[in-house]
Design a protein around this ligand. Sequence first.
Ligand SMILES: [Fe+2]
Length: 396
Amino acid sequence: MAIEVAPLPLPPSADPSKFAEFGREVKGINPGVLTPEQFKEIEELLYKHSVLLFPNVEVTPEQQYALTKAFDPTSESYGHGNNKTGETKKSILHPDLKTIPRVPQVQLIGNGVVYNHEGLAEAKLKHPSHTTFHKTRVSEEDEAKGVTRFYRWHIDAALYDLSPPKVTSLYGITVPKGNKQICRYDDGTGDELEVPLGTTAFVSGKTMFEILPSELKSLAVRSRVKYAPHPYVWMTPAHAKSTGLGIEDEGLEEPWDQLPSWQESKIKIFPLLWKNPVTGGLHFQVHPCGICELYVDPLPAGASREGALYPDGAHITDLATVRDVLYKMQRPAIAPSLVYPHDWHEKDLVLFHNRGVLHTVVGAFAPDQVRAFHQCNLAASDDPVGPSAEDMAKWA
Ligand SMILES: [Fe+2]
């Protein structure tokens, strides 16, 4: 049977012109059992379209691991490493992850209590919610009416020592039914977005770059961002912005000398823009919660200085400024018309290009709403590649 490829069904809130290349639904093939030729086809589709949905497929944890690993055959360990009980136990991610015993690279995530699941007698799962992470929260009254928020826009990545996974796979096993919710931005813009209950929301890192005005494109192409050591431990005491796109500047982060032991050589400094290995496109890939410093290269010789930001380059270490600069560049891309909120159905397998999109958990479940998903991503065998000399000449 030939592979059938169709655009993803978009909600009415989405601007179709901004999703022409983003997202594809793939039918007529089981992603758990691909021939090498079929895998090549899927790999190319993934890098071209960022998110692939395989509806109504049976995929075992072993198959999901094998599929995810095929994108980076020498990758081995889970994207955040497997040191869940060691010195990083204070990490903000810790409660969200349960490992499938047979296939420790695959995590069970979701909500409620799951019994006799793939060798786990009982797993208590908690869908993360903005109420424990944002500085402010939706009132309980509004929450009862179905108002919610984006939890945390992110890339799946340890951002310290390990390289960001190339691909994440998410497989929906138990998907609770429920009313749609209203995701409110609460940032003074009045923006809000109708979302399916428990959606995973995606935005394109490519669109994030493309919609910027030229002076911010120039800044983006010249910049690298430094992440804090053990960023998820560092950010644990801090609170996020109401859009879930970064941290409020309250000075609450764990002091660096109180973090688990760390080495300068393992700190990650990444370009803001990551080059797509198939299309050559530039994707704006910054995990705003973990950033601490910004390095800006000077304008190249011959570039126009008119309106240029930091024309002579800069090393910005003031955390509030770093966050402000990044927020200004990233916030436009999470506008309601640019968000794809996936409407999960049981046996959906979603593959996404983790170096090409940002995504977030959304919404809140009642404790008795059971949701079970398998998630897999693998720390990559290399770090992302930034803009080329031609990109620099074109955009700086
Ligand atoms: Fe994620």
